[in-house]
Design a protein around this ligand. Structure first.
Ligand SMILES: [Mg+2]
Length: 215
């Protein structure tokens, strides 16, 4: 629950209080949802070790800025490489620890990394699933909303695929940014704004007037 504060403005002659009630902190935390491969690091395909993890220019400035503006930074990443047997969950988590340490060094702490190891066709064993957490399904975003009381309407998502944008749209994320995608299909009916660099996304944070606009 939020904090409810009653502010008395004036007292009229008939002893009627005129006041306003200020409610704060109710579902008021916005988040910056980041896809991983193709947004945080160059997508070399099933990146699973430090040697292949190449940070994309502008990512630390962007996240530092977002945090300064009161956003939580949450990563939502499909990791079917686990389900396909290309690398283990332990290996992914080790790389994730290293990645989060780099963000911390840059004074841009990641609040949480959500990942979905499943695949509906190529997943092996327990990973064979069209799971609610695998984008385009919105499960990771909705789980984060519950865990951190995120205000999705004032949140921003950055992805490089139609499936990222679809998940953001279905979950009700206020602004969905498509970065560096060469995909041409799958976008019908989706609401998103295209950006050419992460510096463009940073500019959006510094100009609140453009925050919720797709034009
Ligand atoms: Mg991606």
């Amino acid at each position: 629950m939020g904090k409810c504060e009653v502010i008395y403005l004036t007292t009229s002659q008939r002893n009627v209080y005129v006041y306003q009630v200020k409610i704060t902190n109710i579902m008021s935390t916005p988040a910056l949802f980041l896809d991983r491969d193709g947004v945080i690091n160059v997508d070399h395909g099933y990146v699973c070790d430090v040697e292949n993890f190449e940070f994309i220019s502008g990512i630390f400035d962007l996240t530092r800025d977002a945090i300064k503006q009161g956003f939580l930074v949450l990563i939502i990443t499909n990791q079917s490489g686990i389900g396909r047997g290309y690398y283990t969950e332990e290996k992914f988590l080790k790389l994730t620890d290293w990645m989060c340490a780099q963000f911390l060094k840059e004074e841009a702490p990641i609040t949480k990394v959500y990942y979905s190891p499943y695949h509906p066709i190529a997943g092996k064993g327990k990973y064979l699933s069209d799971h609610r957490t695998r984008k385009p399904h919105p499960g990771m975003i909705l789980d984060a909303q519950v865990e951190f009381s995120i205000d999705l309407g004032s949140s921003i998502l950055i992805g490089d695929k139609a499936s990222d944008i679809a998940a953001g749209n279905v979950a009700g994320v206020g602004l969905n940014l498509l970065f560096g995608s060469d995909e041409t299909s799958g976008f019908t009916g989706l609401k998103y704004k295209r950006i050419d660099s992460l510096w463009d996304a940073k500019a959006i944070f510094t100009s609140s007037s453009t925050l919720m606009r797709y034009d």
